[in-house]
Design a protein around this ligand. Sequence first.
Ligand code: FEO
Length: 395
Amino acid sequence: MVKVALKEGISWVGVVDWNIRDFHGYVTNRGSTYNAYLIQDEKTALIDTVKNSFADELVMKISELTSFEKIDYIIINHVEMDHSSSLPVVAKLAKNAKIYASQRGKEALIDHYGPDFEQVETVKTGDELKVGKKTLRFVEAPMLHWPDSMFTYLVEDKILMPNDAFGQHLASSERFDDEVDEHVVMEEATMYYSNILMPLAPLITRKIQDVVAMKIPIEMIAPSHGIIWRKDPVKIINAYLNWSAGTSKNKVVIVFDTMWHSTDKMARAIADGIASEGIDVKLLKLRSYAISEAMTEILDAKAVLVGSPTLNNLMFPTLSSFLTYASGLKPKGKLWGFFGSYGWGGGAVRSMIKVAKEAGFEVYEPGLEIKYVPDNDDLKKCLEFGQQIAQKIKL
Ligand code: FEO
C-alpha cells in the first residue's frame, strides 16, 4: 500500500471512497475520502477513523505502520459516522488505547456505540497531550458542524486537523493541494461549504478569529475529507472568511421546474431580462441540477428567483424539497423572488412565498404568475420582472 507522510512520524491512513455519489442527499460527483492520521513518536496516536464500510482497509493501513497494541491514544474529533463508525472495530484491536473526545463527543459516542465508551476521556480547548517530541493541542469547535466537533493541532509540526472544516468531497489518488488541479479543489471546497457549513457562518468567522488570536502558526491543514492544504492553507482560510461574511456579487440564480414548459419559458424570459441589465444569471432546472448544486451557485449570488408550476394548488414537489433544503441552510443576504404558471386556481407562487417568509428570507413582492401558456405579453412581463430584480440588486 502507498504510504503517505504529512511530515516525519505523521501518516495518512484514510480511505478513498471513489464511488459515493450521494452523501446524505448531497450529490458527490467526484466521490470523497475519509481521512484519518497516525502519529508515531514515543507514543502512538490515531486521529479519527473512517466510515465502517472501509474499516478493514483502515485496519490494514495501520497494521502496515504499527501493531494495534502500540496505539496509546485515539482522538475522536467528531462523532458523525463517516468518521467514527470504525471506532468500535479499532478500539477492540487497540486494547491499550485511551480514547479522547470533547465532553459532547463522549456523550455522542455513548449514544452511538453504547456503554463501552463510558471510559472515554474528555478534553477541552487548550488541553494538551504529549506523544513524545510532538504535542497534540485541542480546540473545541462546537457546531462546526456538530456540538461535539473539535480540532486537533500538532504544535511542533504546525498542522491543524480540523475534521470536517476546510474539507472537500473529492476522491483522488493524490493527497495534497499542490498535486491536484486547484480549480477542482476550490470548486469542491465551495460546494462543501455551501451544503454543510453555510448555516454556521457566524460561528465560522468567530472560530477563525479565535484561532488567529491563539497565534498558532499553521503550515498545513489536514481535514477529514479530500485533499490536505500544504501549499497554501491560507487560501482556504480566506475563502471561509469570505463565504462566512456573505460576500456576494451581481449574480442571480434562477431555480425552477416545469410540467408543460410554461414555467420554463417564463424562466428563460426572466433570465433575458436580468442579462439585459448586464447581470450574471444562471438558470438551473431541478431534475437537471441537484439541490446541492443549486445551493453552491447561490452562495455568491445577490438574488435567487424560484419558479414553479402549480400542482394541486401548491408548488411542484421538487421546489418544495429545494425550499426546505434552502431554509435549513439559511443563505445570508439574498433577495428572493418567485414566479410560476397555473391552470385555474393558482397557488404555487403563494405557497413558495409563504415558505420563504417563514424561513426569514427577504422576499421581492409581488411574485409573477401566468395562466396556462405565456403569450408575448406575458413573456414581456417576465422580461420586465427580471429587469426589476437586476436593477434592485444593482442599487
Ligand atoms: Fe464528515 Fe460531519 O462528517
